[in-house]
Design a protein around this ligand. Structure first.
Ligand code: SF4
Length: 247
C-alpha cells in the first residue's frame, strides 16, 4: 500500500509507522504516478435507519450546561446505582462538526467523571488531530461522549433498557451540537447506533444513519493500543468520515 505525503503526515500524527519498504514504493509512486486514491467501501444499497425513543421532556428543553447538570444526578436507569460519576463527555461547546460516540465509561472515566483520560485519550486526540478535529480548547470542533453515561457494573455491556434510557441524553446532545457526522468508536457504540449486530469489522467502511445523521464506525482507541496494526484501518474510517462531511 502507498501513501501520499498528506496521508503519511496524518498517520504519523496517529502514531502509525509506515514500513520502510512502503516508503521506497511510495517514493517511486510519487515520481512516476498520481497518488493512489483512498478507496472506501460504497454505502449499502439500503439506508439503515435506527428508530429510537424521543428525548423525554426532562431533557428536551435543556441547554448543554443544564443537560450536563441533569446527567450528573440522573436516575433514569439502574446504572445510576453503582456509578461514582456520570460521564457527560467533553469538546465543542456550541456546534460540533463531529460527534464521537464511544463505548461505555471505563473505570478511570467513572472515577474522574471525564471521558478518555490516559493513553487511549491521547491516541484519540491524535486521531482527531489527524482528521482536522479537536476536542479541547476554544477552537474545539468535536464532542466526545459515551453511549451510556454511567459505567455498567464490572464493565459488562449495557442492557437494552439502559441503552434506551440513555439514548434520550445522547439525542439531546445531538440536537444541541448539530454535528455533521457521528463517529461510533467501539463495538457497543457501533451496534447501538447502527441497529445491527454484525462484528465491528463488517460495520466499518459504509455510511449508516442514526436520527438522520450519517454514522461511520471505527475501532475504539483502547483496542488500537492493543492492536496497532489496525491503525491503518482506523485511518480509512477517519477519511470516510471526512469525505462524508464534505460530500
Ligand atoms: S446511564 Fe444514562 S440514563 Fe442511566 S442513569 Fe446514567 S445518565 Fe441516566
Amino acid at each position: 500500500m502507498s501513501w501520499d505525503p498528506r496521508q503519511r503526515a496524518m498517520l504519523a500524527e496517529m502514531g502509525f509507522r509506515v514500513p520502510a519498504a512502503s516508503v521506497m514504493a511510495e517514493a517511486v509512486d510519487v515520481i512516476e504516478t498520481e497518488p493512489e486514491p483512498i478507496v472506501v467501501a460504497a454505502p449499502p444499497p439500503a439506508v439503515v435507519s435506527v428508530a429510537a425513543p424521543a428525548a423525554p421532556s426532562s431533557f428536551a428543553d435543556l441547554d448543554l450546561p443544564a443537560l450536563r447538570e441533569a446527567v450528573s444526578g440522573c436516575r433514569a436507569c439502574g446504572l445510576c446505582e453503582q456509578r461514582r460519576n456520570a460521564v457527560f463527555g467533553n469538546g465543542a461547546v456550541q456546534q460540533a462538526q463531529w460527534l464521537v460516540v464511544t463505548d461505555p465509561p471505563d473505570e478511570g472515566d467513572d472515577a474522574s467523571g471525564e471521558a478518555f483520560g490516559g493513553d487511549a485519550g491521547r491516541l484519540l486526540d491524535r486521531m482527531l488531530s489527524a482528521a482536522g478535529q479537536r476536542r479541547t480548547g476554544d477552537e474545539a470542533t468535536a464532542f466526545v461522549t459515551p453511549i451510556v453515561k454511567c459505567r455498567p457494573p464490572r464493565g459488562r455491556a449495557p442492557q437494552p433498557g439502559e441503552l434506551d434510557a440513555c439514548e434520550a441524553v445522547l439525542a439531546r446532545q445531538a440536537e444541541l451540537l448539530r454535528p455533521r457526522v457521528v463517529l461510533a468508536m467501539g463495538l457497543q457504540a457501533a451496534r447501538r447506533l447502527t441497529g445491527l449486530t454484525e462484528p465491528l469489522g463488517r460495520l466499518r467502511g459504509r455510511v449508516h444513519r442514526w436520527r438522520d445523521l450519517p454514522v461511520i464506525v471505527t475501532y475504539h482507541p483502547a483496542y488500537l493500543l492493543r492492536s496497532p496494526a489496525d491503525k491503518a484501518g482506523a485511518w480509512d474510517d477517519l477519511c470516510l468520515a471526512r469525505r462524508t462531511v464534505n460530500d
